[in-house]
Design a protein around this ligand. Structure first.
Ligand code: PGA
Length: 275
């Protein structure tokens, strides 16, 4: 018999989760503009002597930009990591307009967003489909970044954590136990609204997500998994989120399109220490 009861659980194992700052460009910038932005961003981070081992930096350009950005990263030996914004749940075949996980892996993408609220709401993507996409990504060697979050109505009706936790369980249960993934908690009401959650609100849900991960995939995986906050993140507010014990990074939309602003967000540790 398992005598463990939730209240008496040991604290989570301490692991060294490397913070991740991810820029979701959404449907912005053609491939030439993408190259210009990545060049400016890498120069700004070089000037700031950014240590990519200390804080990982990823960009999520539109599909049509991926090859150009990949070529630039390889040619200039840049340490930025590449991600894609969506993926087909299918391996290959008659799926007009879709992009497979294998195609993304071939472009050396490491991450792929699944379940972003703009896909869930704008394209009617269900929890089941999000789970299938996460699995397709995992099978191709990519790391799915599973996005979860509540609408303003959900918040009023169910509180902050209920919907994100249900979305989390649906997606994670479709993956094998040892699969690596990242969680992005993005309250829908905070996305693109200029009205970010407070650091305390973000921490409350991130903590609930980590607790839930312990049940879904064990203490070790829960302790190692990075949980990002997203929704109107900017250089002025990023440090408050990253100071929270269960928030390990940020998924940044609008502010990732400006190289200087995004570089400042990546440098959040300087804001934390006031340096
Ligand atoms: P935002 O978008 O930073 O513009 O609010 C975040 C996101 O949708 O990932």
């Amino acid at each position: 018999m398992n005598e463990q009861i939730p209240e008496l659980r040991e604290p989570l194992l301490q692991t060294d989760r490397v913070p991740l700052i991810a820029g979701n460009w959404k449907m912005n910038l053609d491939h030439l503009q993408a190259i210009a932005l990545v060049q400016k961003l890498s120069w700004a981070l070089k000037d700031a002597r950014h240590d990519y081992g200390e804080t990982e930096v990823a960009v999520f350009p539109p599909f049509t930009d991926l090859r150009s950005v990949q070529t630039l990263l390889a040619a200039d030996k840049l340490s930025l990591v590449l991600g894609a914004q969506d993926v087909s749940p299918h391996e290959s075949g008659a799926y007009t307009g879709d992009i497979s996980a294998a195609m993304l892996a071939k472009l050396e993408a490491r991450y792929v967003l699944v379940g972003h609220s703009e896909r869930r709401h704008g394209h009617g993507e269900s929890d089941e489909l999000v789970g299938q996409k996460a699995l397709a990504a995992h099978r191709a060697g990519l790391v799915p970044m599973i996005c979860v979050g509540e609408t303003a109505e959900d918040l009023e009706e169910h509180g902050a954590a209920a919907i994100p936790l249900a979305q989390l369980a649906a997606a994670v249960s479709s993956l094998p136990k040892d699969a690596e993934f990242v969680i992005a908690y993005e309250p829908v009401w905070a996305i693109g609204s200029g009205q970010a959650a407070t650091p305390e609100q973000a921490e409350e849900v991130a903590k609930a997500i980590r607790e839930s991960l312990r049940d879904l995939c064990g203490d070790e995986r829960a302790a190692a998994t990075r949980i990002l906050y997203g929704g109107s993140v900017a250089s002025q507010n990023v440090a408050g989120f990253l100071r929270q014990p269960n928030v390990d990074g940020a998924l940044v939309g609008g502010a990732s399109l400006k190289s200087d602003e995004f570089a400042k967000i990546v440098q959040f540790k300087k804001h934390v220490t006031g340096a």
